[in-house]
Design a protein around this ligand. Structure first.
Ligand code: COA
Ligand code: AMP
Length: 631
């Protein structure tokens, strides 16, 4: 399929949106089944920057499941669960999903969950994760999914903030070479959290069965089997569908809120506009339900559109080999694959010539989409040449819920520019601004900002924290949403995202805060001060490295302390932090006003010899860092 046609359709669509945003979004909203239509497409008087589809009512689960059954798709698979970890493949038709979500909703309702209540979901990549999310949506309850690679303390902070009535979890998750026992982590998190759930529903997996706490824990399968099916509950478009916690610039995670109406409209529209898929097509987002990509593109968007969504429990390599992704694509007839560049780099490292890829019939695969971090040009070119299909890097973040920029299959793809994230989605007026808030000239680097309002599907606020939303995103550049990314927009309008303006790093597509890691290191009894930076990594994109200055009088072996620091980050944040290196330095390079020169440290960690900053207090500190990092 020749997707690389001139993007005239895009210009028309973008201009149509710009000429009349309300009319544009009202047209997109026709893809959704509403219980009651909106009073206003956009009401600027509500929330930190306005709300979409105020006055409308709908049910997201009904839109994802029931209406497709009613429309004759009952026998089509809604979800294909492919578990490379267990060797199992199971398909769930739309009819089966309807029964399961209705029964799971009944099980939650029997435990007291009602409209507006929160439910924390802490599950590995099993179908029950999608079913539990949809069951919450069915009840009008608000789910908060927590990624399995986080430690108990991280889970605890989310339980404390979301205050769930019920937690849905499992006995274990499966990582290559180890069984991750979820239940002890869950028990520890509940013990740590000041808020306690009334009940837990536990999925017992074969690899590890968990002890249930009498009176609090219930077997999920038994509860579902015993439950009466629950009908969808009509909620307002502006009611929260979910909270997803993500790393912010402080140690405390931010509760990103997603609403029901705008989310359904934007995601339904995105499936065709961006990915070029429609009802009946097989779509695979190889991510995790714990991340925004998993929320939007494993669960909600494909089902809103009536597609078949693939959910994969496994890795791109090692389960069993670097042909795993191509096996899944061929076996299930995947039309569009969406994954993180780090997964492609992992495959490229192990199968550079595509020998494994050529074992599979990929004739149904039409395009590869990448996001989660900027795709390095060599990897984008490698994938495009090997697959001989369009490879599309598109830029987005938890806050926006779908792509800020991309290339749009519905309108014809832009010319391939490896390293660029494409052009703004219709709905987004994006500019690079200088620090005073003035747009910079094409090709110049600035703060990438979107003019308010953000489009439907974007976070309307933070959970019970309008002020926090304002402070984090809206206050620096009044009238704009600050993405936190820096980059350039070139003469053609293509956007080049070059990195964060804050302390966030992207490790294997996972968003992490170095500030949070610094808080953990600083809590160690031997540490006087510290800095964590994200060093370039050929597989994961970035990996964190910690530099610590020890307190006077500490004379234990440095390696012993470094090992303790690595263990501490794993214990407090979790294995996903991939914090494996801590080095002791006599002092940290600082400016004369005492600011740690993190950007300079990062460049040294990348093997560069950066210019000595004129504001540095003592240039010798740079040599000390270089020496410590050489070891
Ligand atoms: N539950 C428990 N532990 C998990 C986990 C989960 N859901 N996901 C990852 N971990 C653990 C890993 O086992 C690993 O532990 P280890 O230190 O004991 O080895 C650690 O967290 C780091 O994981 P990760 O950074 O993902 O590295 P990896 O070695 O497991 O895999 C890649 C490397 C590149 C193959 C893998 O990162 C990958 O496929 N990434 C895709 C990322 C992605 O989908 N991102 C979503 C955004 S689109
Ligand atoms: P998350 O909220 O986990 O999706 O992470 C969002 C952040 O990841 C963004 O703010 C960017 O820094 C980075 N990111 C995601 N996708 C891309 C991309 N395609 N190109 C560049 N950076 C990206």
């Amino acid at each position: 399929m020749d997707d690389a046609v001139p993007a005239g359709g895009y210009v028309q669509a973008y201009d149509a949106w710009r000429a009349d945003p309300a009319a544009w979004w009202a047209r997109c909203a026709e893809g959704i089944t509403w219980d009651q239509r909106w009073d206003r497409v956009f009401d600027p008087s509500l929330g930190p920057y306005g709300r979409w589809f105020a006055g409308a009512t709908l049910n997201t689960c009904f839109n994802c499941v029931d209406r497709h059954v009613a429309a004759g798709r009952g026998e089509q698979p809604a979800l294909i669960w492919d578990s490379a970890m267990t060797g199992r493949v199971e398909a769930f038709t739309y009819s089966q999903m309807q029964t399961r979500t209705a029964k799971m909703a009944g099980a939650l309702a029997a435990l007291g969950v009602q409209y507006g209540d929160r439910v924390v979901i802490y599950l590995p990549m099993v179908p029950e994760a999608a079913i539990a999310m949809l069951a919450c949506a069915r009840l009008g309850a608000i789910h908060s999914v927590v990624f399995g690679g986080f430690a108990a303390a991280e889970l605890a902070s989310r339980i404390a903030d979301a205050k769930p009535k019920v937690i849905v979890s499992a006995s274990c998750g499966l990582e290559p070479g180890r069984v991750v026992k979820y239940k002890p982590l869950l028990d520890a998190a509940i013990a740590l959290s000041p808020h306690k759930p009334d009940a837990c529903l536990i999925l017992q997996r074969d690899a590890e069965r968990a002890e249930l706490v009498p009176g609090r824990d219930h077997d999920l399968a038994e509860a579902e089997a015993a439950a009466s099916p629950h009908d969808p509950v009509s909620v307002t478009a502006t009611d929260p569908l979910y909270i997803l916690y993500t790393s912010g610039t402080t140690g405390r995670p931010k509760g990103i809120v997603r609403d029901n109406g705008g989310h359904a409209v934007a995601l339904w529209n995105s499936m065709q506009m961006l990915y070029g898929v429609d009802a009946g097509d097989v779509y695979w987002a190889a991510s995790d339900v714990g991340w925004v990509v998993g929320h939007s593109y494993i669960v909600y968007a494909p089902l809103l559109r009536g597609c078949t969504s693939v959910m994969y429990e496994g890795k791109p390599v090692g389960t069993p080999d670097a042909g795993a992704f191509w096996r899944v694509c061929a076996q299930h007839g995947v039309k569009v694959l969406f994954t993180a560049p780090t997964a492609m780099r992992a495959i490229k490292q192990q199968d550079p010539d595509g020998g494994l890829l050529r074992r599979y019939d990929l004739s149904k695969l039409q395009a590869l989409f990448l996001a989660g971090e900027r795709c390095d040009p060599p990897t984008a070119v490698w994938a495009a040449e090997l697959l001989n299909k369009p490879v599309i890097d598109h830029w987005w973040q938890t806050e926006t819920g779908w792509a800020i920029t991309g290339s749009f299959r519905q309108y014809g793809l832009f010319p391939f520019k490896p390293g660029s994230g494409g052009r703004p989605s219709p709905g987004i007026d994006l500019h690079a601004l200088d620090d005073e808030g003035q747009p910079v000239a094409p090709g110049h680097t600035g703060n990438l900002c979107a003019r308010l309002p953000l489009p439907p599907g974007s976070a309307p606020t933070l959970w019970q924290n309008d002020d926090g939303f304002h402070a984090a995103y809206l206050s620096d550049f009044p009238g704009w949403y600050r993405t936190g990314d820096a980059g350039t927009i070139d003469e053609d309008g293509d956007v080049w995202v070059m990195g964060r303006t804050d302390d966030i790093i992207n490790v294997a597509g996972h968003r992490l805060s170095t500030g949070q890691m610094e808080e953990v290191l600083a809590s160690h009894a031997a540490v006087a001060e510290c800095a964590v930076v994200g060093a370039t990594d050929s597989l994961k994109g970035q990996t964190p490295i910690g530099l610590v200055v020890l307190k006077a009088g500490v004379n234990r072996p440095e390696s012993e302390i470094a090992n303790e620091l690595v263990a501490l980050v794993r214990e407090r944040i979790g294995p996903v932090a991939a914090f494996k290196e801590a080095r002791v330095v006599p002092r940290l390079p600082k400016t004369r006003s005492g600011k740690i020169l993190r950007a300079t440290i990062r460049r040294i960690a990348d093997g560069e010899t950066p210019a000595v900053p004129p504001t540095i207090e003592d240039p010798a500190a740079l040599d000390e860092v270089a020496q410590a990092l050489r070891h």
